[in-house]
Design a binder for this molecule. Structure first.
Ligand SMILES: CC(C)(COP(=O)(O)OP(=O)(O)OC[C@H]1O[C@@H](n2cnc3c(N)ncnc32)[C@H](O)[C@@H]1OP(=O)(O)O)[C@@H](O)C(=O)NCCC(=O)NCCS
Length: 182
């Protein structure tokens, strides 16, 4: 699986990406809303080894990395959780290196991955779980057309405290009504 946009390449994570992934994922400030913050490169190796080796397997997480074409640098990642007994729904999450935010890269890569999930894998619904204080992420998913569906109060224990969890979702039929294929 390899997805290309005008500025980016999106591909499955591999062990060669460990240093690049550590560089941005270990940034505790940028990733304060994330449940997983590696402390060592070994944490990243364990994470990569745990990732499903094949795409689209029910009840697994598949991890993609985002590479900037111009510099060839790995600048972020997109996780996809395949869930539900019909294998028609996924949960996604996106993380960018701080230096590569505010350039439209998350929108550009997520839209293409979403189109892949709806068109190639025929998924019915995509959800994402976001801390209500994570404004950049909320803006990102709203820009793509996700709708807020739920707000759970203190339902997740992350980085030593109970936090709220907001669920946004997008149906295949709604995505293509509001977005032109990228
Ligand atoms: C969530 C996250 C990926 C969003 O990143 P982002 O940089 O805000 O989103 P995009 O890459 O789509 O960039 C959009 C911004 O780029 C600007 N932009 C600049 N050039 C652009 C271009 N050519 N095309 C589109 N937008 C462009 C947009 O105007 C927008 O500006 P703003 O940030 O001032 O609103 C990022 O905040 C992040 O990694 N956070 C930490 C991890 C995290 O909490 N993830 C959530 C878990 S689900």
């Amino acid at each position: 699986m390899l997805i290309e946009t005008s500025r980016l390449i999106i591909k499955p994570i591999s062990i060669e990406d460990k240093n690049a992934v550590f560089e941005y994922r270990s940034d505790t400030k940028t990733n304060k809303y994330q449940g997983w913050i590696p402390k060592t490169i070994d944490d990243v190796i364990t994470f990569i080894n745990k990732t499903a080796k094949k795409n689209n397997l029910p009840e697994t997480w598949f991890q993609l990395v985002i590479q900037e074409k111009e510099t060839q640098k790995i600048i972020g990642d997109i996780g996809i959780h395949f869930f539900g007994k019909e294998n028609k729904q996924v949960e996604i999450g996106c993380t960018l290196h701080k230096k590569f935010q505010h350039k439209g890269y998350a929108t550009e890569s997520l839209k293409r991955v979403i189109e892949y999930l709806f068109n190639e894998l025929d998924k019915h619904r995509i959800i994402t779980s976001i801390d209500p204080e994570n404004i950049s992420s909320i803006e990102l998913v709203k820009r793509i057309g996700f709708r807020k569906e739920a707000h759970f109060v203190e339902s997740l224990y992350i980085n030593g405290k109970w936090v709220d969890d907001v669920i946004f979702a997008l149906l295949k039929k709604d995505y293509f009504n509001t977005n032109k294929p990228s």
